[in-house]
Design a binder for this molecule. Sequence first.
Ligand code: OXD
Length: 308
Amino acid sequence: MALLFISQSEDAAEWRTHLARLLPGEEFRVWPEAGNRAAVEFLLVWRPPQGAMKGFPNLRAVLNLGAGVDAVLKDPDLPDVPLVSLKDEGLAHGMCEYVVHAILHLHRDFHRFRAFQQQGLWKSLPQADTSRRRVGILGFGHLGQAVARHLVPFGFPLAGWRRTAKAAPGVESFAGRDALKPFLARTDILIVLAPLTSETRGIVNRTTLAALPKGAYVINAARGGLVVENDLLAALDSGHLAGAFLDVFADEPLPPQHPFWRHPKVIVTPHVAALTLPGPGAEEVAANIQRIRQGEAPHGLVDRKRGY
Ligand code: OXD
């Protein structure tokens, strides 16, 4: 029986090496060389081209090679088998590094010192009080909780918002739509880490941005579609927001003329917050394949109705 790897950006050779060690005996094929389709039991996919997942009669699961499954769920040819999102430690580690950096960068005014440097200006700023800089994580799932664990030691007052309540040490919990406004009202640095679903698309918009205190910052390391970009620009330009640290965009690559590129209050990175590392990624994929073969539920099983 075989695994078929379908990705135009992930390194197939690296995945092959790791999986050969972890799952000796499994045949590893790379799309478009699917071979005998009846032998393919698992699809390992990252942003598969449309139609690539069609026509595998003995499929047991589709394993996504990243955290977000929004692109796969949009594909009309997604087979009717369990869909599994990647929830490995490599990805969580990358996200924690990115978000902790972004928060400290904004909190300690590195963006402003960079601008002073460009003007040859030796100028100090008052040091911000960590215990008064309230951080809020919008989307308190696997990644949001990992980020919170890394932030606790710094002493920022932390809160997490999600659909259903989730207790975590040192984090104030907000759950459901009614709690969104109070959550935003106590948030000076908003970290967007929610999955992109029909319910969350555009959740950061004119109304929700207005609920943040004046001078707040927004960090988006999840999906561009969660943020209404024109509303974010308006909130930056009006002075309501102090800045934004953005890794993801409605259109990627970010078009060359997009105002975010040159906006003095915006820091842009090219969707690199949490890249899948083939080593830990393959460990997680192999463990899930073994679970499925033993009749157990895989970790990261996606609820298609919820969208994550
Ligand atoms: C992911 C991503 O979803 O890298 O894993 O965007």
